[in-house]
Design a protein around this ligand. Structure first.
Ligand code: BV8
Length: 233
């Protein structure tokens, strides 16, 4: 529930925030796209060509969720809710923000723990860390797929995210290479005069007006959160 007197914070997060938890990022040297081809596992065409291969790719990433925990960066964002209205807009499909206690989370690219019908995308099923296999059907007898946005698919939550960027007093971009659109384009909706931070291992690219916090996120993000909370005292 938003408190009218509290400042609004949006955290736009990517794979880097889950890296210290042991979850692979995409574009780091040993990242996911160095082991798998996007065209073979993360597009509608891949699904048409070899749905079993796509299911196996996401089954592997989903089963890993059972063995990883949120890290101090996730917990720090949850702590911000003590004094701020916080919205997490994440590109991640893991459930680490939820497990760290954040309440308002928008998953731009879907969620690993949810399966989706292939005849009615509103039919969604919580499958936790269980696999989806060929022959697993929805209630309308159609094959289930991961509830994930593939390349070339629309990002339904983008419209829902824009107003949060436009009303954020503070924007924190954390652990994302800002390579993927329309997610990366959200930073252009930041309110004029809002306070903007970018938290990343690599701060060689700093969007205009952002304050860089270079280093590993489980160190740098808690430090930023502590200073934001202390500045309110
Ligand atoms: C769409 C699926 C249209 C789920 C994902 C040319 C130019 C511009 C755009 C395009 C283009 N050609 C095609 C496009 C569009 C395309 C796109 O953006 N392509 C890119 C690659 C150029 N976008 C799309 O296709 C989107 N859809 O446009 O549809 C449309 C419209 C209407 C109707 C129909 C169609 C859909 C995009 C969603 C694709 N799905 N994932 C999954 O498998 O996970 S995207 C994928 O990349 C993940 O979701 C991931 O989250 C996302 C972004 O990656 P990051 O999270 O940023 O991760 P990355 O590894 O890149 O970076 C990690 C960062 O962390 C780094 O900065 C690193 O330094 C940092 N880091 C690492 N460790 C640490 C750390 N920082 C701190 N501490 C650490 N320890």
């Amino acid at each position: 529930m938003a408190h009218p007197k509290r400042k609004n914070i949006v955290a736009l997060t990517g794979a880097g925030i889950s890296a210290p938890s042991g979850v692979d990022t995409f574009r780091d040297p040993d990242g996911i796209w160095s082991k798998f081809s996007i065209e073979e596992v993360a597009t509608p065409e891949a699904w048409q060509n070899d749905p079993g291969k796509v299911l196996q790719f996401y089954n592997g990433r989903r089963s890993q969720l059972a063995h990883v925990e949120p890290n101090e960066a996730h917990f720090a964002l949850a702590r911000l809710e003590e004094k701020f209205n916080v919205t997490i807009v994440t590109q991640n499909i893991d459930d680490l923000h939820e497990r760290a206690g954040s309440q308002n989370i928008i998953h731009l690219h879907g969620q690993l723990t949810i399966a989706q019908s292939t005849v009615d995308e509103s039919l969604l099923y919580n499958i936790n860390t269980n696999p989806i296999n060929i022959g697993d059907y929805c209630e309308r007898e159609s094959q289930l797929r991961p509830n994930v946005v593939w390349f070339g698919e629309a990002v339904p939550e983008i419209e829902n995210s824009i107003p949060h960027l436009q009303t954020a007093d503070i924007l924190i971009v954390a652990g994302t290479s800002l390579n993927v659109y329309p997610a990366a384009g959200l930073i252009d909706y930041a309110k004029r005069g809002s306070e903007k931070h970018i938290v990343d291992l690599d701060t060689s690219f700093i969007p205009l007006g952002f304050t860089p916090h270079q280093g590993s996120i489980e160190i740098t993000l808690p430090r930023l959160v502590t200073s934001l909370l202390n500045n309110l005292r």
